[in-house]
Design a protein around this ligand. Structure first.
Ligand code: ADP
Ligand code: SF4
Length: 674
C-alpha cells in the first residue's frame, strides 16, 4: 500500500493552459536515438508514459539547420517529415494520459554544424565552446538580422511543435548553448542592446519566451530551462527578470558535473539549495532533477516547497515504471539508478542509450522488450545457472519470472560477483543496487533455488541433470600485461612482484612498498583502485598510455572529477606512457610518441589491462554436448564469461539469455525502419 506521505506526488498540477496528472516529469534527456530513429524513440518514450510519468519530453530538438550537433544524435523540427516523426511520439505519450514536451534548442557556439556545413552562429566569433571537442572551426558572430531571424525560427518551430502534438514547448536557456552564452557575462562581450547589463543579456531569452507564447496562443504551455547557482547571486538577478514570463520553470545548476554527476561524486537531491531559492522568486511551477529514486526524498522536496514537480532523466531510464510503482506502494520493486552514467556515455558515443539497471532501455522497439512485462513459458523445464554475478542473477530473475525451474549455483558464500568487490571501492557504494534489486526480485519467485558455496564442476553440473545450462562464471584479471598496447606479455624480472586486480580486491596478502598501476583498461577501475590504495596508505604511481587517467570516463562525465581526485590525493601520474619492462624494484616506461624511456621506482605492480573469461567449465561441457555425450536442450555462456565488459553488458546478456531461452524462433531485430 502507498504511504500517505507520498500522496502529494500524485496531486495534479496546472502548467499554464495544460494540466499534468501528477508530479512526475521526465525532463528532456538525450536518447542517442534522435531524428534518425523515430520509431525507437516513440516506443521508448511511450513506455515512460505507460509507467506513469505525467509529462514525457524529447531530447534537445533543433529548430533549424543552423543548430546541427552531428555526429551526436539530436532531435529536430526542421520540416514536415520531422513533424510526422514527432507525431508518432506524442500520439503514443497521449495514449497513456501524459503530456508531451519538446525542448526547442539553439546550438550557438557549442556545435560545429558538421552535417549542415553552415557556419555555427555564436554570440561572438570564437572557437567552439564545447571543452571536449577540438574541431577546427570558429563561429560567425550573430548580427542583428541573425538575432531577428532566431525569433522567427523559434516561433516557426513552436508552431511545428504544436502541429506535432506537443503540449509543452521549451525555450532552452542553459547548458552552454546559445542562450546561455548571451546570459553569461564571461561569454557575452557584445556592446549592443544584447550585451553589457543583465537586462541586455537577458533580452534574447525574454524575446524568445514571448515569441513562443505568441506562437502557441494559449494552447500549449511554455517552459524555460534555465540555470541558477547558489554561489552566483547574479543568476538569481537574471532569473528575477524573467520569473513570471513562462508557464513552467525547468531549473538546473550551471555545473553539469553536479546536475549529471556520477554517484561517485554526487548524491540524490544535490540541487536542492540552488533550486529552492529560485522557487521562492516565482509563482510559476518549478520542476528540477536530482537523481531522485527515494519516494520520501521526492515527497519532502514538494512538501517543503523546494520545487513543485519531480524532474527525472536517469531514474526514468533505470525504471520507466517508477511513478506507477510508488502509486501502487510497490516500493521494493523500484529499480534504482546507480549513477554510473552508462546511459549518457552511449548518447555521446552516437548510439541509443543503454542502462546498467534496465537492459530493455533502447530495445523497446527493435526487440520488442518491455521493462516490466516478461512472457511466461509453457515449458516446464529446468535451468541450471552457474555463477551469481550480475549476468547469472539477471538470467535467473528473468527465467524465474518466465516460470522455469531455476537452480542458481554460486561458488562463493555471497551473490553479486564483481559488484560485491567493486561497490566497496571509493565512491561506488550505490552500485550494490545492481545485486540487491535482483536478489529481492528473485526472492519473490518460488521457482528459483539458490545454492551458495557451490563451486560447480563438469561432474556436478551433469549430476544436477537440468534441461538447460547457462554458464555465467565471469572473468579474471590477467597479470601478463597483454591488452590494448601489448600483444605479448610484458617483459619482467623474475624477482618482480606483480599482483592481479582480483587478489587485490579479495584483499589477499598485499605487498608493502611503492605500488605502480599500469592502466590499459581506461575506464573507472584503474583510477578507483589507485584511490583505494592511497586510502590504505600506499605511495601510488599511475601509468597510462592514454592522455588522461581513465580516458573513457569522458563519456560518463566523470573524467575531470576523477583526474582532479587523483591529482589531489598525491598519486604520481604518468600519462602517454607505456609500460615496457618490470624490474625488481622499478619499471621502464616509454613515451608513446617519442619512445623516450624513463625509470620509475616501484616495489610492486598492478596491471589492469584485460580479463580472461572463466570459461573452462563451459568449454568442457561444450565438447561433451557437441559429441552428444551430454543430453541438454541448450548450453550457453553469458556475461563476462562470454566477453568481459561493463556491468551493463553482463546484465544485458543475462536478460537476453533469460528472455530468449527455449524460443524456437527469435525474431531477429529489425535494423530497418528504426
Ligand atoms: P558477470 O559480470 O558475468 O556476472 P562476475 O565475475 O561478476 O561475472 O560473476 C561471476 C560469478 O560466478 C562469481 O560470483 C563467481 O564466484 C561465480 N563462479 C565462478 N566460477 C564458478 C563455478 N565454477 N561455480 C559456481 N560459481 C562460479
Ligand atoms: Fe542510472 Fe546508470 Fe542506468 Fe544511467 S545507465 S540510468 S546512470 S543506472
Amino acid at each position: 500500500m502507498r504511504q500517505k506521505a507520498h500522496d502529494i506526488l500524485f496531486l495534479p498540477i496546472k502548467i499554464g493552459p495544460v494540466k499534468s496528472k501528477n508530479r512526475f516529469y521526465q525532463v528532456p534527456h538525450c536518447s542517442g536515438m534522435g531524428w534518425q530513429r523515430p520509431n525507437t524513440l516513440a516506443r521508448m518514450r511511450e513506455i515512460k508514459a505507460e509507467g506513469g510519468w505525467g509529462v514525457v519530453c524529447t531530447e534537445y530538438c533543433s529548430i533549424d539547420p543552423t543548430s546541427d550537433d552531428s555526429s551526436y544524435p539530436f532531435a529536430r523540427l526542421w520540416n514536415k517529415q520531422d513533424i510526422k516523426a514527432h507525431a508518432k511520439t506524442t500520439e503514443r505519450i497521449h495514449k497513456h494520459n501524459a503530456l508531451a514536451g519538446v525542448e526547442l534548442w539553439i546550438g550557438g557556439n557549442y556545435v560545429a554544424n558538421l552535417d549542415s556545413r553552415i557556419p555555427p552562429l555564436g554570440i561572438s566569433s570564437r572557437p567552439l565552446t564545447n571543452p571536449d571537442v577540438y574541431h577546427p572551426y570558429q563561429s560567425k558572430k550573430l548580427d542583428k538580422a541573425d538575432i531577428k531571424n532566431l525569433r522567427v525560427l523559434q516561433k516557426s518551430a513552436a508552431k511545428k511543435a504544436m502541429e506535432a502534438g506537443f503540449d509543452i514547448v521549451y525555450v532552452y536557456a542553459t547548458h552552454g548553448y546559445l542562450l546561455s552564452e548571451f546570459l553569461d557575462s564571461k561569454t557575452n562581450s557584445r556592446t549592443d542592446e544584447y550585451g553589457g547589463s543583465i537586462e541586455n543579456r537577458v533580452r534574447i531569452v525574454k524575446e524568445l519566451i514571448l515569441e513562443t507564447l505568441e506562437a502557441v496562443q494559449g494552447k500549449c504551455a511554455v517552459a524555460t530551462r534555465f540555470s541558477v547557482e547558489i554561489s552566483d547571486p547574479e543568476t538569481y538577478d537574471t532569473f528575477a527578470l524573467l520569473s513570471e514570463l513562462p508557464d513552467l520553470w525547468d531549473l538546473t545548476v550551471n555545473n553539469y558535473e553536479i546536475e549529471m554527476g556520477v554517484s561517485r561524486y554526487v548524491k540524490e537531491g544535490a540541487l536542492e539549495e540552488s533550486i529552492s531559492l529560485a522557487k521562492s522568486l516565482t509563482s510559476k511551477p518549478v520542476v528540477s532533477v536530482g537523481r531522485f529514486t527515494s519516494p520520501d526524498t521526492m515527497a519532502k522536496a514538494i512538501k517543503n516547497n523546494f520545487q513543485d514537480i519531480i524532474g527525472s532523466a536517469r531514474p526514468s531510464i533505470a525504471d520507466p515504471f517508477l511513478p506507477n510503482k510508488i502509486r501502487d506502494g510497490k516500493y521494493d520493486d523500484i529499480r534504482e539508478c546507480i549513477g554510473c552514467n552508462i546511459c549518457y556515455a552511449h548518447n555521446t558515443l552516437g548510439v541509443p542509450i543503454r542502462c546498467t539497471q534496465n537492459p530493455t532501455m533502447g530495445e523497446e522497439w527493435r526487440r520488442n522488450w518491455h521493462p516490466e512485462r516478461i512472457q511466461r513459458s509453457y515449458k516446464k523445464e529446468s535451468v541450471l545457472v552457474v555463477g551469481g554475478g550480475p549476468a547469472g542473477l539477471e538470467a535467473s530473475r528473468v527465467l524465474g519470472k518466465r516460470g522455469y525451474k531455476v537452480f542458481l549455483a554460486e561458488a562463493s558464500k555471497k551473490l553479486g560477483g564483481r559488484v560485491i568487490f567493486e561497490s566497496n571501492l571509493p565512491g561506488l557504494s550505490e552500485w550494490i543496487r545492481v545485486r540487491d534489486w535482483r536478489i529481492n526480485q528473485i526472492n519473490k519467485t518460488s521457482n528459483v533455488e539458490i545454492f551458495l558455496d557451490s563451486n560447480m564442476t563438469v561432474e556436478s553440473v551433469i549430476d544436477v541433470n537440468p534441461d538447460h545450462v547457462i554458464i555465467a562464471t565471469g572473468s579474471s584479471w590477467a597479470v601478463d600485461g597483454i591488452g590494448k598496447n601489448h600483444n605479448t606479455p610484458i617483459k619482467k624480472n623474475s624477482n618482480s612482484t606483480v599482483v592481479s586486480l582480483d587478489s587485490l580486491l579479495l584483499k589477499q596478502n598485499l605487498p608493502s612498498g611503492k605500488v605502480l598501476i599500469f592502466d590499459d583498461d581506461h575506464y573507472y577501475i584503474g583510477p578507483v583502485i589507485a584511490l583505494y590504495l592511497v586510502q590504505k596508505g600506499y605511495d601510488v604511481s599511475f601509468v597510462t598510455p592514454a592522455g588522461r587517467c581513465g580516458q573513457w570516463s569522458y563519456y560518463t562525465e566523470e573524467l575531470y572529477q576523477s583526474n582532479a581526485e587523483l591529482i589531489n590525493s598525491g598519486v604520481k601520474i604518468f600519462t602517454n606512457n607505456n609500460l615496457l619492462e618490470i624490474k625488481s624494484d622499478s619499471v621502464i616506461l616509454s613515451c608513446i610518441f617519442s619512445g623516450k624511456t624513463q625509470n620509475v621506482t616501484a616495489d610492486w605492480i598492478v596491471p589492469i589491462t584485460r580479463r580472461e573469461p572463466r570459461d573452462k567449465i563451459f568449454n568442457e561441457l561444450k565438447s561433451l554436448y557437441d559429441y552428444k555425450s551430454l543430453k541438454l536442450n541448450s548450453l550457453i555462456k553469458i556475461g563476462d564469461c562470454e566477453a568481459p565488459g561493463i556491468i551493463a553488458s553482463a546484465i544485458y546478456s543475462g536478460y537476453k539469455a533469460g528472455i530468449e531461452l527455449g524460443k524456437n524462433s527469435i525474431k531477429s531485430p529489425s535494423y530497418n525502419n528504426l
